[in-house]
Every structure is written in structure tokens, then in C-alpha cells.
Design a protein around this ligand. Sequence first.
Ligand SMILES: C[S@@+](CC[C@H](N)C(=O)[O-])C[C@H]1O[C@@H](n2cnc3c(N)ncnc32)[C@H](O)[C@@H]1O
Length: 571
Amino acid sequence: MSRNTPPRSSGKSAKSGGKSGGKSGAKSGAKPGQVTRARWGARPARPEATDRDGFTAQTAPLAPGESSPPPAAAVRKAAEAKKPAGGRSAAGKPAGGGAKAPAGGGAAGQRAPRKQAVRPPKALRAAKPVLRVPAGDPLVGERYEVEVGPVAHGGGHCVARHEGRVLFVRHTLPGERVIAQVTEGTTKSRFLRADAVEILTPSKDRIAAPCPFSGPGKCGGCDWQHVTPGGQRKLKGQVLTEQLAKLAGLTPAEAGWDGSVEPVGGKLPPGEVPQWRSRIQYTVDQESGEVGLRKHRSHDIQLVDRCLIASEGITELGLEARDWTGLTSIDVIAAAGSSDRQLILTPAPGEQLPLVELDKPVSISRIDDQENFHQVHGRTFVRERAVGRTWRVSNGGFWQIHPEAPDTLVDAVMSGLDPQWGENALDLYCGVGLFAGALADRVGEDGAVLGIESGKQAVLDARHNLAELENVRIECDKVEALLPRTGIESTDLIVLDPPRAGAGRETVRHLVGLSARRIAYVACDPAALARDLAFFREGGYRPVSLRAFDLFPMTHHFECVAILEPIRGAA
Ligand SMILES: C[S@@+](CC[C@H](N)C(=O)[O-])C[C@H]1O[C@@H](n2cnc3c(N)ncnc32)[C@H](O)[C@@H]1O
């Protein structure tokens, strides 16, 4: 089988045939089924709606019988599906998608999709479609004494039972005895949601929450302010273990994982909060003009005078002390790799942009009601530093939030893949080109890297960021749409870093057909990862190593890097 490579950019065709071996032909003129520069060049980049990563409710795919509570969207979809005219039930299917960032609250993720993030003005709120809730008598406010069981995937819940009914309880820990107060559910609900409002028998991993805005009914951003740093990592490890077993049928050893969730940025003593968030979305209270963070599974706002996990660059702007009347939300970015700071303002419908005066240099953009960005002052991008390069990231596009995440993840991916000079690689869901850049440096001018990304602005940034690398090409499209059209039949290495929903069966099916020597799967959702690992196994690939990183301290989120290889003897 001929090995088809991504096309090289300028000047490389002159080198075609210069390298011996099967790959050389891929850099020369067209062969049957081969991708050529001309062919790529002829294909107009299709304008795609930018897939913005953002806060969404839990979007992980749930397996039948899985212990995680379904996200609100899935509940709504399932309810819709039950209508006579409805289609198939959404239960058990991936819910929503696109978001690769912590969910909930606004304190722990990237920018939200506008429509979810913006609280409509009061007049419009009444017209909002009413959420379908199961029939039955409401149980909200009921209090039950329960023994708390294991942590559940997503949302920072633990599982408890009361009179045979499952409760997903927040603000607690496995092994605790608590009074759980119901926050959602009725006598007919399959399960209830609850908050632990009294702790009768505390876990040894419990501490007093350092953040005054954390706790039942308060900010939904941090799930585990009340847990020691080591305890948080233990919980994340338990979630990963459970998801691997349930959805991939793998023990940690079979997944090549030592069972640890690695701390990033040094271990902190209990009670000390790492200031890791370089991006936050604040919501503006429409009555007072003050900013706050969303409460858990709610449009309500917890006003804050500071977010403890925010980076110094955000905190020193003092946004919480100002009046933001006229806006619905403010996205604030403090680049970790430069002194760049950016505010992205969303005016309330019909409101003029207020005059923004801050004591520190900050670029300001605004978003109109068509979701277009407009430069107000300064730059429309921030500059980040990682893997020895400067990266332009425009208009709040995807960039890892923890300052050490890009280097940590690139190290894990590169040491797992061990790219060789002259190899060809794919960087799927490439954002502004982070892994593509690192791969290109390693495969050198005899190799080639093709990045695929659906966000138009991210593609422009990636092309800008990697402009001097002649062995990189970035294409704008959805991976699932473009990959089958490339004509690429094989490659040496693949990096995929999909949004929370994961890659899915069809994309995995295509990838296993490319006969890659190694595949690196970067995942922010352990359930999507485990599900996709099962698809990879069907296609003859198994994980040979798996690492988990605590890149979202104080929240239930973490990031994984799995390295996969072909199963020996598999067809
Ligand atoms: C988790 S980010 C990874 C970005 C990059 N690898 C990084 O580390 O900075 C996922 C990226 O996939 C993009 N994306 C989402 N769905 C996509 C799809 N179906 N095809 C291609 N790109 C997609 C998003 O715009 C986002 O930039």
C-alpha cells in the first residue's frame, strides 16, 4: 500500500523523490489515491461555524447503566424523544459536544457557547421554554441522612442511596455520613440530585473550603474546594478507573496506567489554592451590574469579590469591584506566556458598550448578537508561550487554561509517540497548532504534519503560528468530514485531541485504517476516552501507556494522554 502523506507547502515539491524508501513518492507528483498539494490547494476552505469550546453541562457519553447522572441536555432530549412525534431516545448517546473544558459554574472552563452563557434580561426570562421535569411530587428541599458511596463521573458528585433511590450528592466525599438536601427531583424521578448540607462523619480527606463562595447553593465552578489536593487526585483516579472498567473493559494495568493522577505545578499543602486559571467567564448580574460566577446547573449568579483559582494576571484587574451595567458577560484572559490580557465583552441586548477604564493594559473586544468579534481596543489576540514557541490565540479561541498544561501535554505526547525524523503525522482537532508544531520540529523537513481543525480563526492562528515550518499544513474542516476526503491511506503517527464528546466510532474506524505506528489520544473526558478506547480495540489498537494529569485543580476535571499501538497479530 502506498503511504500517502499530507502535502508539503512551498518549495518542497522540488525535493520530491529525494528521500529513499516508500514515503518519497508521497512528496512527488500525483499517484493514484495520493494527496497532492494541487489537490489540496484546489479545495476551497469551507467556512465552518467556529466550534467554540466552552462550559457546557456534562457532555460525556453515558453507557447504559452508568452511574453518572445524565446531563440536563440529555434529560431534555430523552423527554423530547418520548413525545409521540419524537425520534429515538437520546439515552446512552453522547450528549451535546464540542466542549473541552470544565463544565458548570463558569469558574472552571473556557468561554461558553454564547446562547448558554448569556443570562437573558428579566423580560425575556419569562418566555424561556420550561424545562420538562418528570411527573411526581417535588422533593426539592427534603433532607435525608445517607452514607455516601463512590464518586461518580462528572459534576463532582458522589453516589448515595435513600430508600432504594439513587442520590447524586455534591459537597461530600466517599465514606462520609451526611444530611443530603434534595436540589432536583420528584417522587417519580429515577434519581435525585442533592447537596450535603451537614457532615455527620467527615472523610479524612475533608478540609474547610478555602473559598467563601464554595458550598451548597453557591458558585458551581469548583467542585472540590473541601477536599485535600491529594484527595482530589484520588477521586479523579477512581473516576478514571471506573470509566475504563465500565466502558473499555480495561483494568488500569491493561490500560498501561499506574493508577496515579499526576499533580502539575508542584504539590500544594491542604488549604492552599493554586492560582491556575488563565481564563474565566464572569457573568454580569443584570440588576446590580456586578460580576459573578454561575451556580451549579443554574442561570443564577454567585457574586464574588475574587475567584481564588484565578491567575494573578486576572485577579489584579479587580473586575469584581466594578460596575458592568450594560453587559451580560465578560471573558477575561490573562496569557500565561506574555503580559497580554484581553477582555471579551458581551453587551446586553439593545445596550451600548459601556466605557471600560482599567488601571492595567488590557485589550478589549466585543461580541455582537451574531457572535461576531469586534476589536474595541488593543489586540484581538493574546500571545502564549509553550514548547519554545510563541502562539497567537485570537478571540478567546481554545488554549489550555492551566499555564503548565501545554508543555505537560506535549511532553507526554512526544515521549509516548517518540517521533522519528522523516515520519508523517496527523494532528487532529489541532486548535492553534500546538501538537503540530511539536511534531514538525521532530519529524524534520523530511517528514510532514497535517493539522485539521474546524474553527476558522483557530486555523488562521495555527497557520500564522507555524508559518515558518514548511513541513506543516493546516486544513479547516471537521475531522470526520475531511479525513475521508484526503485520500490519505496511511501515516506513521496520529495525535487526536478532540472536544469533550470524544472522537466517536466513525472517526476511530477511519483512524485505525491508517496503520499508524502509534496514536496519542489527549482526552479531557474519561468516559469519552474509555468509550473510544473500546472502539480502537475493535479496530486492532490497544493502549500501551496512559497518564492522567491534574490540570484543573479544585474541580473534578483532569486530562489524560493515552498512547496506543497496534495489537500484535490483529488483522
Ligand atoms: C481540545 S481542543 C484541542 C486544541 C489543541 N490540540 C490544543 O491543545 O491547543 C479541541 C479543538 O477541536 C476543535 N474541534 C471541535 N470539533 C471539531 C471537529 N469535529 N473537527 C475538527 N476540529 C474540531 C475545536 O475548535 C478545538 O480547537
